[in-house]
Design a protein around this ligand. Structure first.
Ligand SMILES: C[S@@+](CC[C@H](N)C(=O)[O-])C[C@H]1O[C@@H](n2cnc3c(N)ncnc32)[C@H](O)[C@@H]1O
Length: 259
């Protein structure tokens, strides 16, 4: 049941600092097209939209911002009216991010800016459908924020990712190994589940180009993905992040195991 209570969502600077770091890494390493469409989550302030506009006013062609909470959607609409007066156009939609239909051949940047955990429920099914329907396709960039402060218990984590842990050789009787893999990779494992559900792991090559952990009101991580033609092999997908982990709290590179 959607929560429709009125509440302004004002996030702190650490969130945007982490987002900017990851966008900078992507723009420098992978961004090659001149223009992208941007699909994001609304909240009430739409602050990420201002950031991408500031990075380069011509980076983004269209912006679609989804908000499923009715009260926040109204606030997001009011924000979009203020933005329009300043020349920043955002189409705010009341509905699910996962209902987005591709309307442009331009490559897209998708930002699933969650406050919750991108691991349980039906995220893998929803992402699987976006891949299957080519809403997210080769040439796109996908960013996901996910809550690192809690999980429903390691038993539930092991149940959710038992197949992936088996492939990766994670010792699921050793809580520190489960915790470490969960923190560094749970959105990746969710995306991989979505690919496998639709037998797309030999058709789409997803790579994680970096992840930044930060603290807003709670500990969070932001993870960045490149989508290309090719295949996604789980071990390479997880190990391929290389030096791409950053600790936005301590301010420095971070070992995968310490993420
Ligand atoms: C973290 S906030 C977005 C903040 C925004 N990016 C900003 O910088 O101001 C996430 C919002 O997305 C909404 N939301 C979560 N999952 C959603 C989904 N699948 N579709 C649409 N809205 C969703 C939540 O209600 C919440 O208001």
């Amino acid at each position: 049941m959607a929560d429709n209570s009125l509440e302004r969502l004002k996030f702190g600077p650490n969130k945007y600092s982490a987002f900017h770091l990851l966008m900078a890494r992507w723009l420098r390493q992978r961004g090659h097209q001149e223009r992208y469409c941007y699909v994001t989550l609304g909240g009430t302030e739409l602050r990420d939209v201002l950031s991408v506009r500031f990075m380069d006013h011509s980076l983004i062609s269209n912006v679609w911002s989804y908000e499923e909470n009715k009260a926040r959607f109204k606030e997001a609409q009011a924000s979009s009216v203020r933005f329009a007066a300043a020349g920043v156009s955002v189409e705010v939609r009341h509905g699910s991010f996962f209902s987005h239909q591709r309307q442009s051949e331009l490559p897209h940047i998708f930002f699933l800016d969650l406050t919750g955990v991108c691991a349980f429920g039906d995220y893998h099914i929803q992402f699987g459908e976006l891949f299957q329907n080519e809403v997210i396709r080769e040439g796109d960039c996908l960013l996901i924020t996910s809550h690192l402060g809690h999980n429903p218990g390691w038993k539930q984590v092991i149940k959710q990712f038992d197949a992936e842990f088996a492939i990766l050789g994670v010792d699921d009787t050793h809580s520190p190994s489960v915790r470490s893999m969960f923190r560094r990779a749970h959105p990746s494992l969710t995306l991989f589940k979505g690919l496998c559900r639709n037998q797309l792991q030999s058709e789409l090559g997803i790579t994680c180009f970096g992840a930044v952990k930060y603290r807003d009101t709670t500990p969070m991580g932001i993870y960045g993905y490149d989508v290309a033609q090719g295949k996604t092999e789980l071990r390479t997908f997880i190990s391929g992040v290389g030096d791409g982990y950053f600790d936005g709290v301590g301010g420095g590179f971070c070992a995968a195991e310490a993420f």
